[in-house]
Design a protein around this ligand. Structure first.
Ligand SMILES: C[S@@+](CC[C@H](N)C(=O)[O-])C[C@H]1O[C@@H](n2cnc3c(N)ncnc32)[C@H](O)[C@@H]1O
Length: 382
């Protein structure tokens, strides 16, 4: 989107246009194609933000693409909490401003930068929607040159990890700006908080030092957040909402003698940080198989760290036997969960003889690696 289109959309006539909604917009005559496309993109962004539960989604300025790169409200609040005691924070790559808003709402003054002029127009408008415009100064500039000019109490660094459709989560030197820019930021500030991909190799994350936290939201491991300059300890997983925390540890979980009445599927951030032993201790569960990361217990457990399933049956994963058993039980819909099994759920449906429109009840199939073979655990969410 161009800066001119973004500026039009945040103006009064633009707001009036957006208020008319998608159906009216499609029919509106005399509208420039750029403005129509821009307005439709904002309405789509608002709809997606609304579905994600963003407050004031219907007033915000964002597109599906900028929303996908933005922090969620709860994660932005977590980032802001890392700057306790800071008065002036630089948001080096502000995007549509989600993190800048959280910093300003937490009482800080913010200097917000981005190289994309349209995003900056939206970020400024969003600050107005949140009533924090006076606390944030926006600059359309390259952070790598801007930081040469000053010092801040804190810096928040959330570089772009994609270029159009190309993602480079694991290749930190292709981030925009690259990860190596962090050391320059450290020279400019007491506290630096970096939002990085959780897919970055452990060695790269460990070499940064500081406190590493894998943030999970609704059971998706969203980011590796690194806080430099504050007190640090072992890497952690923080599960949102709910704020459950797990620390990396070296004790592995005990191995279960057999599958219990319940199968527990750990949160991906707990696995990412290597805290399966701590999770097993908290849930009084044991590891189902040394080759895979599912836990099992005889009693139902409910906490953010696991999703709990009541076991119906466990069979060696053989297409014919399992497919026949499913049909005998009248199961026509299967939610397939697996970590290491190489085939996609659609292929599993096919090999078990389940058609897309099969009639029957629903069950969950968890395919667990066991040595060189696979175990099919048919279960239901508890
Ligand atoms: C992941 S997004 C930031 C999202 C933001 N934290 C939010 O919650 O809305 C990264 C942003 O960095 C910007 N960017 C890329 N290179 C930059 C640079 N050299 N200086 C400043 N901003 C840059 C991109 O335009 C993009 O908007």
């Amino acid at each position: 989107m161009t800066e001119a289109t973004a500026s039009f959309l945040v103006s009064k006539p633009g707001a009036a246009l957006l208020a008319r909604g998608v159906a009216a917009l499609s029919k509106q005559r005399g509208l420039e194609p750029e403005q129509r496309a821009g307005a439709l993109a904002v309405l789509e962004g608002r709809e997606r933000a609304r579905k994600r539960g963003w407050k004031r989604a219907e007033q915000l300025f964002l597109t599906a693409d900028s929303l996908a790169q933005a922090s969620s409200e709860e994660i932005a609040a977590f980032h802001a909490g890392c700057f306790m005691g800071c008065k002036m924070v630089l948001d080096a790559c502000c995007g549509i401003g989600r993190d800048s808003l959280a910093l300003a709402e937490a009482g800080m003054r913010v200097v917000a930068l981005d190289t994309d002029p349209a995003r900056l127009v939206f970020a400024r408008a969003n600050a107005g929607v949140y009533g924090v415009g006076e606390r944030i100064t926006f600059h359309c500039t390259d952070a790598t040159s801007f930081v040469q000019e000053g010092h801040w109490d804190g810096v928040f660094f959330d570089p772009a990890r994609r270029d159009g459709a190309t993602r480079f989560s694991r290749d930190a030197e292709r981030y925009q700006p690259p990860l190596s820019f962090l050391s320059e930021l450290q020279a400019k500030s007491r506290v630096v908080v970096a939002k990085l991909s959780p897919a970055l190799p452990d060695a790269i994350l460990a070499a940064l030092g500081g406190q590493l936290t894998f943030l999970s939201e609704d059971r998706t491991c969203k980011e590796a957040c690194v806080v430099l300059g504050a007190e640090s300890g072992p890497p952690q997983a923080l599960l949102l909402p709910g704020q459950e925390r797990y620390e990396a540890e070296s004790e592995p979980p005990p191995l279960a003698p057999q599958l219990g009445a319940y199968l527990l599927d750990p949160d991906p951030a707990v696995l990412r940080v290597g805290a399966l032993g701590a999770l097993a201790e908290r849930t009084r569960a044991a590891l189902l198989s040394p080759e895979d990361a599912y836990l099992t217990a005889d009693e139902a457990v409910f906490c953010s760290g696991v999703r709990t399933y009541r076991v119906r049956i466990a069979l060696p994963y053989r297409e014919r036997t399992l497919g026949r058993w499913l049909r005998e039980q009248g199961i026509g819909k299967l939610v397939v969960k697996k970590r290491r099994y190489p085939k996609e759920p659609e292929a599993v449906h096919q090999e078990l003889g389940l058609k897309a429109k099969s009639k029957g009840t629903e069950a969950t199939l968890v395919i667990v690696a066991q040595g060189k073979s696979w175990l099919g655990v048919v279960c239901d969410p508890a």
